[in-house]
Design a protein around this ligand. Structure first.
Ligand code: HEC
Length: 178
């Protein structure tokens, strides 16, 4: 009888212990982030970035964790940034057209780029390409994983931005937040 009570108490402790511990995020690498369903209702990081040179418009969103970032401390663990790359309408000469507002005009969604960070992520990345523990994943405009993405190219552009938590539009974003 006594034994049974003890084991019931022990079981209760184990269950209580588990419910207090959130499971740690799985250790992911480039190309392994899930498509961020529902990101269009996330806070806006920057919208309608005009990239005439690349013939694109870019809309950037962030999850709730990233929204807690600051220009002095960067983005907390658990942050996710999502960038929509929109192709723009071109004229007969293949040059980007402008609307009445002087801005580029969206055509099709060409790609969705995602970067996310968590402790232990990107463990397989060579030291010289490490961007803290940010990892990258590229999706096509239809939401399918882009199996041809070369993640060393993402890193090639973002790695030099050490002072900005490896985020390009860092200053612009925090200036807008003020
Ligand atoms: C040629 C350089 C270059 C490459 C390659 C590149 N990026 Fe970027 N990335 C940028 C620039 C510049 C911006 C800022 C937005 C803009 O000006 O278009 C940016 C912005 C982003 C953002 C929004 C946050 C920020 O940094 O402002 C995400 C997310 C992102 N890139 C993911 C990726 C992923 C994923 C890849 C690889 C599949 C990638 N990038 C490859 C240059 C690059």
């Amino acid at each position: 009888m006594k034994k049974r009570i003890v084991s019931a108490v022990a079981l209760g402790l184990i269950v209580a212990g588990c419910s207090q511990m959130a499971p740690p995020p799985a250790a992911l690498n480039d190309g392994e982030l899930a498509f961020p369903d529902g990101y269009k209702s996330w806070p806006v990081f920057l919208s309608a970035v005009q990239r005439e040179d690349a013939k694109q418009i870019r809309d950037i969103y962030m999850n709730g964790e990233a929204a807690r970032g600051s220009s002095s401390s960067g983005f907390p663990q658990g942050s996710v940034l999502v960038m929509e790359n929109w192709a723009v309408k071109l004229d007969a000469d293949g040059k980007p057209m402008k609307g009445a507002d002087g801005k580029l005009v969206k055509d099709k969604l060409a790609a969705v780029f995602v970067m996310g960070k968590n402790p232990g992520w990107g463990a397989q990345v060579p030291a010289e390409q490490k961007n803290g523990n940010w990892i990258y994943t590229a999706f096509k405009g239809n939401g399918e994983l882009n199996g041809d993405a070369k993640y060393n190219t993402c890193r090639g552009c973002h790695t030099p931005l050490k002072d900005k938590d490896f985020v390009f539009r860092y200053d612009e974003h925090f200036a807008m937040k003020k």
